[in-house]
Each structure stands twice: as structure tokens, then as C-alpha cells.
Design a protein around this ligand. Structure first.
Ligand code: SF4
Length: 272
């Protein structure tokens, strides 16, 4: 039965990023800005649409989305389809927190400096890479997507990536959840136990900014404003939750294995 099914379906494992994959390009990312200038919309009109304070209007009337705060609720897209749409594609991660704000606040010089620093640090991580995951109060959705990386479709083992239970064997730290205060010390200890060189990735909007339990909200007594308040983060991946392709892209970005320029193009170029 299983043998027949295998023969019928053939190889299901994606070849992405070596070869294009239609599901990777169809991945929906956080909201993005379609029309930077909000004609006839005040700061209060625009900001009031968002439950996580991701939307702002600058004094010069430019609309901005902080994708690190976006939980993909869709309110802004439904209310103002002239201003907001969805970003598309797997490359949703950024190398700095400021890099998640669109239109971009990050200067090319800043990005080049961050990229060069990370590249120098991760040069040694060329062959097999071991990943340690720490949940700091997640709702469980990011964990499902991380686990999916091990299934036959994504199969991160083909890229030399493996999950490990021990921080002593880990090269990359995947952190999910909003940074619950009870998990702050275990997270810090895990990071400190990892050998150098090491890279930390904030996986999901909750980890990036605290999400719906960020510092300006009632739960501030139990959570931080994201895991960057606890350990140094190298790669910031928004999404609620991010797809397995987006997590894979963030991992490849951390290890400097992504084509140059693919990240910025994806986060601003959707608008579906
Ligand atoms: S889709 Fe994102 S940016 Fe838009 S209202 Fe919802 S959380 Fe805010």
C-alpha cells in the first residue's frame, strides 16, 4: 500500500531554494504598504485599525507598517485596501529590528555593516548546523511550523540542519513566544551555554515584539517586549505564525546562504 503510494506520488521533498517552489512564492507574509501617502487619512484613523500598534503615519503623511508587530489579523487590508496589502514570498526575515519597518528605515550602510558582521561570525558554520529551540510562552503555532521542517516536504536534513536537545551542541537558537518573564532566565542560560559562533533567530511576531502581549498591553507584567529584551537577536522573522518556508529562509539568511537582495524585495513587493 505505502510502496504503491510512494510510486504514485514520487518525490515530494521541495528543492527550494535551489529550485523555485510555487508554495514558497505563495507564502503570505505580514501586511505591507501599497500607497505610502495616506491621502485623507489621519494618524488616528490609520493607527486605530491595528490591535498591535503596527501602523503609524509620519508627520509628513507617510504610512508605515512595522511588520515586527503585525499578527496578520487583516483589519487594515479589509478597511483600507487602497493603502495596505499582503506581502508575499518566503523571505520575510530581516537582519535588524528596524529592517522590519516598511517603507524601510534602514540605510544601506547600516544593513551592509550588520550583514558583514554576521557573515564574519557564521563563516565557520558551513556544513552541518544544529538548531536549539526555546519556547518562551508561545501559543504553539510556531512550534507546529518548526516541526514541519522535519517532514518529507521540507526535510531540512537535506540542507545539513538538525534539531538538538542540548545547547552545548547548538549553533543556532530558534526562539518563539513573547518572552514570558518566567522563561527569561532559562533562555539566557541556554544562549550562554551555546558555543561560539552562535546565532539567535526570533521566530514569529510574538518573539519579535511581544505580539498581542507586548509591553504596552495589560500582560506587560508577565512578558517582555519580545525576546530581544533577553538575548541578542541576529535575525528577526515576523509572522503569526511564519510558514516553514519563511523559517527556512530565516535560517539560510542567518547562515549567509540566501541570494543577495531577496529579503527586501519580498517584504515590500507583495500587495496581494
Ligand atoms: S494585518 Fe497586521 S498591520 Fe494590519 S491591522 Fe492586522 S496586525 Fe495590524
Amino acid at each position: 500500500m505505502w510502496a504503491l503510494r510512494g510510486l504514485r506520488d514520487g518525490v515530494l521533498t521541495t528543492r527550494w531554494p535551489v529550485r523555485p517552489d510555487e508554495y514558497a512564492s505563495a507564502t503570505r507574509g505580514p501586511a505591507t504598504v501599497l500607497a505610502p501617502t495616506a491621502r485623507g487619512a489621519s494618524e488616528a484613523d490609520v493607527a486605530g485599525l491595528c490591535p498591535t500598534s503596527a501602523l503609524t503615519v509620519t508627520p509628513s503623511g507617510e504610512v508605515r507598517v512595522d511588520q515586527g508587530r503585525c499578527i496578520l489579523c487583516g483589519r487594515c487590508v479589509a478597511a483600507r485596501p487602497d493603502l495596505f496589502g499582503w506581502s508575499a514570498g518566503a523571505h520575510q526575515a530581516a537582519l535588524s529590528r528596524a529592517g522590519l519597518v516598511v517603507p524601510g528605515e534602514e540605510t544601506p550602510d547600516t544593513l551592509a555593516a550588520v550583514t558583514a558582521g554576521l557573515r564574519a561570525r557564521t563563516r565557520a558554520l558551513r556544513r552541518s548546523v544544529h538548531l536549539r529551540h526555546v519556547d518562551t510562552g508561545s501559543d504553539g503555532s510556531e512550534e507546529w511550523e518548526i516541526l514541519a521542517l522535519l517532514n518529507p516536504v521540507y526535510d531540512i536534513h537535506r540542507l545539513g540542519m538538525f534539531l538538538t536537545a542540548s545547547p552545548r551542541h547548538a549553533d543556532v537558537l530558534l526562539v518563539t513566544g513573547p518572552g514570558a518573564l518566567g522563561m527569561a532566565e532559562p533562555l539566557r542560560q541556554t544562549y550562554e551555554a551555546m558555543p561560539h559562533p552562535k546565532v539567535a533567530i526570533a521566530v514569529g511576531t510574538d518573539a519579535v515584539s511581544g505580539g498581542t502581549v507586548g509591553p504596552s498591553r495589560a500582560a506587560a507584567a508577565t512578558a517582555t517586549g519580545g525576546v530581544g529584551d533577553i538575548v541578542p537577536i541576529d535575525v528577526w522573522l515576523p509572522g503569526s505564525p511564519p510558514s516553514p518556508f519563511a523559517i527556512l529562509s530565516a535560517l539560510l539568511l542567518a547562515l549567509n546562504r540566501l541570494p543577495t537582495g531577496s529579503v527586501a524585495a519580498a517584504r515590500t513587493g507583495g500587495g496581494r
